[in-house]
Design a protein around this ligand. Structure first.
Ligand code: ADP
Length: 603
């Protein structure tokens, strides 16, 4: 931009300087011409006047020793202030007011003005002396010297004062020109600055826009072409900003969709490089985007089968779908889709891979089939017993009343067991599928616990087990009373079942504040803690994590003897969770078990 400004300034200076120089030269030369001509005219006038007034008789009378011409020349020269020379008709000097030859003259040579006067009746010439650079203008006219015949008279005048005048005028003009040039430089610089300044601003804004600063605007108010250019740039920036905002919004929307979707998405370009990966895919592949982006897809060494699938999709350009189990970073079953991307011309652009984690679905399916197998297995034993004893009875044992009675008792017990089992299974499946409707109401814990313990007292008395309770006064909880009772009865029944005769089962209820500490009942509490503790056989440490699973039993034989179905704790856990509570168990083999339930006071 500076270059344009400098160029413009230089062009202005050159243009104005040269035109002024030309005008100056022209003026000086015209002036000088007119001065020379006026000098010439004045010499001619003087000469003519002299010739018209000269009286040659007097001249010759006054002559001293025949030096009439020389004398006359000196006299006239004094009066006219010029050099005066008389020539005979052949151009030889008759008399001269100055000594010797004039500047630029050769002795014996007829000067040019005399030759011209001879031929044209008027002659003039300007000659400079070789050394002192004095220029002299000569004007000559033919003259008749009375009776002495004819010849020429010549007046010569120095042109030095003319030169001095010309020099003076030229100097003034030059100084004027210099001042003019300086002013021109200043003004033209200002003008070009005025022209290029807005352009510079526009260029700066254009660069800012190039560097993605779409808020940059040109501040030009002029209505001229440059103002319009600035306006156009501003409109362009606005439109770019608008479009960019839209693109960014779309991009961030797309990004947040990609980042928050549960399916993993990976994009591979035609050079086999990973160009996009979302968070779910990072998790599934066990590698971060930083490690993967820009890398070739075979960097996914841990997923060999996936690499093979990508290679196949790349080769065949076909949609491929498969279910693969990833073992790294953790075991997952993934449903993988590979879709080849094609450009507008149908050319291969890369591959989009979408991963769906179907581990949970597969686990659920597995659990379902396991559950069916377990249920069938559980049902088989009592049914086989019922069938076996009924057959024996039918085969004749019915005739022995003692045996018949004991067999019928067994059949009755087993069918009761079956009834319980089926009841539990139905209950559990209802709770699990959230088909139970909970009816929440405030439950005062102290009377509620007492009523529940009463219900279990006969069971406990059979084994001489002491039931104890330690419940603070005025503790309320919002719960479904029937379901809460079911929870406690299950836990108490287990406590009684798995405790030796003479042991004890104790139930404690205490309020818990937000910080988790136990407080007095007066204070604000957010949860209550129910602890069911027995002095029974306990649960081995290795079994503790699985105790809440369906049909899980620590000791099958013993449980069966106790009439358990293996579903009690599973039901308890689900019911506690429906109350948004938690349950955990601590146990020491031989010393007893402690089940701790925490329930929020308000649902
Ligand atoms: P069950 O109906 O067989 O008791 P649960 O689901 O209630 O089934 O309990 C699962 C298993 O956990 C039981 O078979 C038993 O081995 C063990 N268990 C449960 N409660 C206790 C306890 N209080 N003391 C010792 N073991 C227990």
């Amino acid at each position: 931009m500076n270059k344009v400004r400098n160029r413009l300034t230089l062009i202005f200076i050159l243009f104005i300087g040269l035109s002024n120089l030309a005008a100056g030269i022209f003026t000086v030369s015209v002036l000088r011409d007119s001065q020379v001509r006026s000098l010439e005219d004045s010499l001619e006038e003087q000469l003519k006047l002299y010739l018209a007034t000269v009286d040659w008789e007097t001249v010759f009378e006054r002559s001293v020793r025949g030096e009439a011409y020389g004398h006359e020349a000196a006299r006239i020269a004094r009066k006219a202030g010029a050099r005066v020379t008389f020539f005979d008709r052949d151009g030889a000097v008759l008399g001269d007011s100055a000594k010797g030859t004039g500047p630029g003259e050769e002795p014996g040579q007829v000067p040019k003005e005399i030759v011209l006067a001879g031929s044209q009746g008027f002659g003039t010439d300007i000659r400079a002396s070789g050394n002192d650079s004095e220029k002299i203008m000569y004007v000559a006219l033919p003259a008749s010297f009375g009776d002495s015949g004819v010849g020429f008279v010549r007046f010569g005048a120095s042109m030095n004062h003319l030169d001095a005048e010309t020099f003076r005028i030229t100097s003034y003009l030059l100084v004027g020109l210099l001042v003019l040039l300086l002013m021109t430089a200043l003004i033209s610089y200002r003008i070009s600055q005025g022209l290029t300044g807005p352009l510079e601003k526009i260029t700066r804004v254009a660069y800012q826009i190039t560097n993605l600063n779409y808020k940059a605007r040109v501040s030009i108010q002029n209505r001229d072409e440059i103002g319009q250019l600035g306006q156009a740039i501003n409109t362009m920036a606005e439109s770019l900003q608008f479009q960019m905002n839209r693109i960014q919004e779309d991009e961030s929307r797309l990004k947040s969709v990609l980042e928050n979707m549960l399916s993993g998405v990976v994009m591979i370009d035609r050079d086999e490089r990973i160009v996009l990966i979302n968070r779910s895919a990072e998790e599934m592949l066990g590698m971060s985007a930083a490690e993967l982006l820009g890398q070739k897809y075979n960097v996914l060494k841990a997923q060999y089968e996936l690499i093979k699938m990508i290679g196949e999709c790349e080769e065949k350009h076909e949609h491929i779908r498969d279910e693969i189990v990833f073992y790294y970073p953790e075991e997952r079953t993934l449903d993988i889709h590979l879709v080849p991307m094609t450009g507008a011309g149908g050319e291969f652009m890369g591959i989009v891979i979408v991963f769906h984690d179907i581990s949970a679905i597969r686990r659920l399916e597995r659990m379902r089939s396991e559950f069916v197998a377990n249920v069938s297995h559980e049902l088989k034993t009592p049914i086989a017993a019922v069938k076996g004893f009924a057959e024996t009875l039918l085969g004749g044992a019915v005739n022995d009343p003692e045996t018949a009675k004991s067999f019928l008792q067994i059949i009755y017990d087993e069918s009761e067991r079956l009834d319980r089992l089926i009841g539990d299974i139905l209950d559990l499946s209802k709770i699990e599928s959230k088909r139970v409707q909970l009816h929440f109401s405030p439950v005062e814990m102290k009377p509620f616990i007492e009523r529940t313990l009463n219900m279990m007292s006969t069971e406990a008395a059979k084994k001489n087990i002491q039931l104890e309770s330690n419940v603070e006064e005025d503790i309320y909880v919002e719960a479904d009373e029937d379901r809460l009772r079911q929870i406690l009865i299950n836990l108490l029944a287990n406590g009684i079942s798995y405790t030796h005769e003479g042991g004890s089962v104790k139930i404690t209820v205490e309020p818990v504040t937000a910080s988790g500490t136990e407080t007095g009942s007066d204070a604000e509490y957010e949860k209550i803690r129910i602890i069911v503790q027995d002095t029974g056989i306990g649960i081995p440490r290795k079994d503790l994590p699985r105790i809440f699973e369906r049909f899980y039993r620590v000791d099958k034989a013993r449980t069966r003897a106790s009439g358990g179905t293996g579903l009690g704790l599973s039901i308890v856990k689900h019911l506690v969770e429906l109350h948004k509570g938690t349950i955990r168990v601590d146990s020491i083999v031989g010393a007893g078990s402690k089940f701790v339930i925490e329930l929020p006071v308000l649902q």
